[in-house]
Design a protein around this ligand. Structure first.
Ligand SMILES: Nc1ncnc2c1ncn2[C@@H]1O[C@H](COP(=O)(O)OP(=O)(O)OP(=O)(O)O)[C@@H](O)[C@H]1O
Length: 625
């Protein structure tokens, strides 16, 4: 067995991970700049979700901060009255109004805290939902090629996984921050009024706390980036251990144990990295705490010096201590909130970039509509390279297909037949050259107008987890077929009738083992359903990519007869290796290594004695034996 199950140890990290690693390594002030933009994004999301709730959350938090500030002033006043000169009963009576205000502020603060909790409870799930919805809208609109780009897929996976949580946390934290900052300001002002020296020294401990939290957040994010590929491996192996589509081979190849070993190996690595990370975080926190403690000590020392030198009367000492304590509590809440925002700002920025990247991959509509039923499809010098591939899958393709023609694409594995089918139908856009439907360049045409005209029967059809009937109707959900005649015709032409009848509940059988009582069709049964779906779509251009690869001889004959009938009014592109089936098509195009090497009718190509004849003779000999 290879040393690792995947076969290589150093999988390339996604491009964005290396870009982010540079960002994470940048100076504190540069990265701190991410906090306001992340906060802005969360507030905008909340505002768009519910203006009313967002405004209410702001008002409640501002009030809560003001009440804390008010309580602080009342406490200071109580202390000043109690520590004044004169008989104790008199001082107590003098302090009573302030005590009353203090009790009232406590009660009000309790009420406001509950209100803040209720508003948050109503707002946060809505914001999360809105963020997810915006993400879905961005991702669902990207072009097909984006899903061939592993960087993009991983960005979507990680973005969906981490960013939603971060947005939720940031949403809670932003509101806490408002009240914490207000009470902090009140405490600083009170302390500053008592003595100007008290205000700046209060900040000492906050600076130490802030430094350590930022370091911790950076360590965490860098670790996240370093572990991206290992976590991806872990995810892939975890999936392989339970995935149904590989279950048979997992058992037959006795891969359970190797998968376990591989999982353990990667997980051990990830775990020890995490343990190391936590140890480093603890050390940084310890240093931060120690420095913060020293900062607090200095603040109290300054207070002591002020009292000792008589710069501050003893009567104000109580108020000063309360102000310092409130300042310290609000400071820790503020610092905690800022740190949380800082830590989550990486992932929120990640979300923002995911939206931007996805939107950049959206097709920009030019308002041009593709022709409903093009008279001619013309490819002019078309070249196409898959994302991340180092050579083009197709190059220099010139081809003309007339309305109603049946054109077969043939060639060896990997010669580019499927890719060409996707370019003709506008599923992929060429890097160079043009694909014209009549005179419309479909790269510039509105996607919807192009896709609605095409029907694709895939080489590996999707197994839609729906009833058998719906698996065919999903071909065109908005088709007007009240009597079901169109549906019945597609079922008959594709040979799917016998398949549906064999299912336990006929067309009402759910085709997915994910559901209880779900049924799993065989490969050939799926294929016939997919042919029925392609015919039911009733589009002007039909691409059938190996539509009979999994079929028995009888089913194959039925499908070809059905397709021939269905293709009479359509332009059809047929990709197949079974050359005997295409002897009667209008034109055969032979591909080799991404290029068209021959074209013509069966007889012309046989006479030309090239690659087509070679392939045909090999197949014919196999049947003659
Ligand atoms: N999604 C993809 N991402 C990257 N490369 C791809 C992708 N799909 C196909 N390719 C590459 O493009 C080339 C052409 O593939 P294509 O599927 O078009 O060939 P084909 O002629 O249909 O092959 P087959 O007869 O095996 O179905 C191959 O080299 C293949 O490796």
């Amino acid at each position: 067995m290879a040393e690792t199950l995947i076969g290589v140890e150093d999988l390339e990290p996604p491009r964005w991970a290396s870009v982010d690693a540079q960002v994470a390594a940048a100076g504190t002030w540069r990265t701190l700049a991410a906090v306001p933009s992340a906060t802005g994004l969360v507030i905008r999301l909340a505002w768009r979700t519910s203006r009313w709730l967002t405004a209410l959350a702001g008002v409640v938090q501002v009030l809560s901060g003001c009440v804390t500030a008010f309580g602080l002033l009342a406490t200071a006043s109580v202390f000043t009255r109690l520590l004044e000169e004169g008989p104790t009963p008199q001082r107590l009576v003098a302090a009573l109004p302030s005590i009353g205000l203090l009790v009232g502020s406590f009660a009000l603060r309790g009420l406001l805290d509950s209100a803040a909790g209720a508003v948050q409870g109503a707002l946060t799930p809505r914001v999360r939902h809105a963020a997810q919805d915006a993400l879905n809208a961005a991702v669902i609109g990207v072009d097909l090629a984006a899903f061939d780009d592993p960087d993009f897929r991983e960005l979507v996976r990680q973005g969906g996984r981490y960013a939603m949580n971060s947005i939720e946390v940031a949403n809670r934290v932003v509101t806490d921050l408002v009240s914490a900052v207000i009470s902090l300001l009140a405490a600083m002002v009170t302390a500053g009024v008592l003595n100007p020296w008290l205000a700046p020294v209060l900040l000492l401990s906050a600076i130490a706390d802030g430094w350590s939290a930022m370091r911790v957040a950076k360590l965490g994010y860098r670790n996240f980036l370093r572990m991206v590929t290992r976590r991806l491996r872990l995810f892939v192996v975890e999936n392989l251990m339970v995935a149904r589509d590989v279950a048979v081979e997992r058992f037959a190849l006795t891969l359970q144990e190797p998968l376990m070993t591989e999982h353990r190996r990667i997980a051990d690595d990830v775990t020890s990295e995490e343990v190391r990370l936590e140890a480093r975080k603890t050390l940084v926190r310890l240093v931060g705490r120690t420095l913060a403690g020293v900062g607090t000590g200095i603040a109290y020392l300054v207070l002591g010096v002020l009292l000792y030198t008589g710069a501050m009367p003893l009567a104000l000492a109580g108020a000063a201590v309360v102000a310092m304590r409130t300042a310290s509590t609000s400071l820790s809440t503020t610092m905690y909130a800022v740190n949380q925002l800082y830590e989550h700002s990486f992932y929120i920025d990640f979300y923002r970039r995911l939206l931007t990247t996805a939107h950049a991959r959206h097709h920009v509509s030019t308002g041009v509509t593709a022709p409903t039923d093009p008279t001619v499809i013309r490819l002019e010098n078309v070249t196409f390279t898959y994302p991340d591939a180092d050579r083009p899958a197709l190059g220099g393709i010139d081809l003309e297909i007339n309305r109603g023609e049946v054109v077969a694409l043939v060639g060896q594995n990997g010669s580019g037949k499927t890719t060409l089918g996707k370019l003709i139908t506008g599923l992929y856009t060429p890097d160079e050259g043009r694909v014209l439907w009549d005179d419309v360049d479909i790269a510039a045409a509105d996607r919807e107008s192009v896709h609605t005209r095409i029907s694709v029967i895939s080489q590996e059809p999707a197994h839609w987890p729906m009833t058998a009937g719906h698996n065919i109707r999903v071909g065109r959900l908005d088709r007007h077929d009240p009597s079901g005649a169109g549906w019945a015709e597609a079922v008959d032409q594709s040979g799917a009738r016998a398949v549906l009848e064999a299912f336990p509940r006929g067309e009402r059988t759910v085709l997915s083992k994910e559901f209880k009582d779900g049924h799993e069709p065989s490969g050939g049964q799926w294929q016939r359903i997919s042919v029925a779906r392609g015919i039911y779509r009733d589009a002007a251009i039909l691409v059938a990519d190996e539509p009979t690869a999994a079929l028995d001889a009888k089913a194959e004959a039925t499908v070809f007869a059905g397709l021939q009938h269905a293709t009479r009014s359509r332009t059809t592109i047929l990709v197949t290796h079974r050359l005997a089936n295409i002897r009667n098509v209008d034109r055969i195009v032979v591909l080799d290594d991404g290029r068209i090497v021959a074209r013509g009718t069966h007889d012309e190509l046989m006479a030309a004695d090239g690659l087509y004849r070679e392939l045909y003779d090999i197949q014919a000999r196999a049947y003659e034996r």
